[in-house]
Design a binder for this molecule. Structure first.
Ligand code: MLT
Length: 265
């Protein structure tokens, strides 16, 4: 496993293939294995870098709150370590929150954006309170209760009933997450800025992907980003929920590969 120490926090990452760099940023409460199929599909033509965000996978946890800005700074430090000045960023859900925070701080380091199953808006007051409760629950009881409650929101009813291998994959990722890492990210997500006003400042090619049945960041959120970002393209994947890269892997990869080859010309 490759790793780098950033601010006394060990950050683990995958670095596969060669070519134009593509950074893939996972959502909550997952880890970089979320992207295994995308790493396999892209690394024949691109250098694919997929970190475990702080508190997730094989990276260390940090106390308190893992803010989106802090995680974006971790990414900048990781790219410095790897000698990568500029990259395309592909991100799912919380990864998208981190990516928008990255764009705000380091726009010149972003060549293109892929925003999957995410949104630009901040949390509502109700969502913030819910995050605080979830953080307490994770710390008191571990991840099993959180995983059980989240699963039906992450995947379509059809995936839940007919694709036990996908359900197991998603559940196992959640169970491997350290409760303190999950709690810190929940606090960080609750504190995140509203990035709606950033959308009109995004000047790089942008692909937006969303599962038609996404119950956490619904299609309407992607439509808002698509309206706000000049020249962006929206792909809605039928028969997919929030984890659209796992539910419609082939179509998801096709959309990424098409976009990457167009945005390189
Ligand atoms: C994620 O998939 O990263 C989270 O569900 C996003 C969120 O809770 O807002």
């Amino acid at each position: 496993m490759a790793q780098v120490q950033i601010d006394n926090v060990k950050i683990a990452y995958t670095d596969a293939g060669s070519g134009r760099p593509v950074v893939l940023i996972h959502g909550y409460p997952f880890n970089r294995s979320l992207w295994n199929e995308q790493v396999a599909a892209l690394s024949g033509s691109y250098r694919v870098i997929a970190p475990d965000l702080r508190g997730f996978g094989e990276s260390d946890s940090s106390d308190g709150s893992s803010t989106m800005n802090r995680m974006a700074q971790d990414l900048a430090a990781l790219l410095d370590h790897l000698g990568v000045p500029r990259a395309t960023f592909g991100a799912l859900s919380m990864g998208g929150y981190v990516t928008l925070a990255f764009y705000k701080q380091f726009a010149s380091r972003v060549r293109a954006l892929i925003l999957a199953d995410t949104r630009a808006q901040a949390d509502t007051e109700e969502a913030k309170q819910n995050r605080a409760q979830q953080a307490e629950k994770a710390l008191a009881e571990g991840m099993a209760g959180i995983a059980d409650a989240m699963l039906p929101k992450l995947l379509t009813p059809e995936t839940v009933s007919k694709r036990p291998e996908v359900v197991k994959r998603v559940r196992d990722m959640m169970l491997k997450t350290k409760p303190e890492g999950a709690a810190a990210a929940l606090r960080g997500m609750a504190e995140r800025d509203d990035q709606t006003s950033l959308l009109s400042k995004i000047t790089v090619p942008t692909l937006i992907v969303v599962g038609a049945e996404d119950a956490i960041t619904p299609v309407a959120d992607s439509e808002k980003m698509n309206q706000g970002i000049a020249g962006s393209r929206l792909v809605v994947l039928e028969n997919a929920g929030h984890v659209s890269n796992l539910e419609r892997t082939e179509k998801f990869n096709e959309a990424l590969l098409d976009f990457l080859s167009e945005s390189s010309s």
